[in-house]
Design a protein around this ligand. Structure first.
Ligand SMILES: [Fe+2]
Length: 176
């Protein structure tokens, strides 16, 4: 009996099914770590855009300090994003980097609308970094539990950078 075969294109393939690789991590480890990285990648890209929005729109006496600091934060987020996306690829996954895929997968709260004042943006960006930092911290143990110490290390480095950026942003709120 003839079978009708729908051609399976790369576009139709699930981004969570690992491609074959010579990497010796077990396929089950790679699959669960790719899933973990994919979720946190969406959060980080969302967070990156939220901080850029703050960079563009803040007004007030701390304008230049926060405008420049937020771009430094964006640069650090970009580094973490690139590390996570490339780790997904190394493990045989496909890193979803489009706006549409991020919008449907992010677990971040939307950035508050209508903020103008510099310190309101500092508070909101602090909250973005705290929330993403918490998610990345949880991912350290999850990657370890899945048996991938290298991804746990990647999350550890990113988590440390997020904590540092949170400290820089939060110091603008001291006494406010
Ligand atoms: Fe700019």
């Amino acid at each position: 009996m003839a079978r009708t075969n729908t051609p399976r294109t790369n576009a139709a393939r699930s981004s969570l099914t690992p491609l074959s690789t010579m990497n010796t991590l077990p396929a089950s480890t790679r699959a669960s770590v790719v899933e973990l990285l994919t979720a946190r990648l969406a959060d980080a890209i969302d967070a990156r855009q939220q901080v850029k929005h703050a960079h563009w729109n803040l007004r007030g006496p701390s304008f230049i300090a926060l405008h420049e600091l937020f771009d430094e934060v964006v640069d650090n987020l970009d580094e973490g994003i690139d590390e996570m996306a490339e780790r997904i690829a190394q493990l045989g996954g496909i890193a979803p980097g489009t706006v549409a895929s991020v919008a449907s997968a992010t677990s971040m709260k939307p950035y508050p609308s209508g903020l103008v004042a510099d310190l309101d943006h500092a508070r909101a960006v602090g909250s973005v970094l705290a929330s993403l930092g918490g998610n990345i911290r949880q991912a350290i143990d999850a990657a370890d539990d899945a048996g991938d110490a290298a991804t746990a290390d990647l999350f550890t480095a990113f988590s440390r950078d997020l904590d540092k950026d949170l400290w820089k942003v939060e110091s603008h709120l001291h006494g406010r």
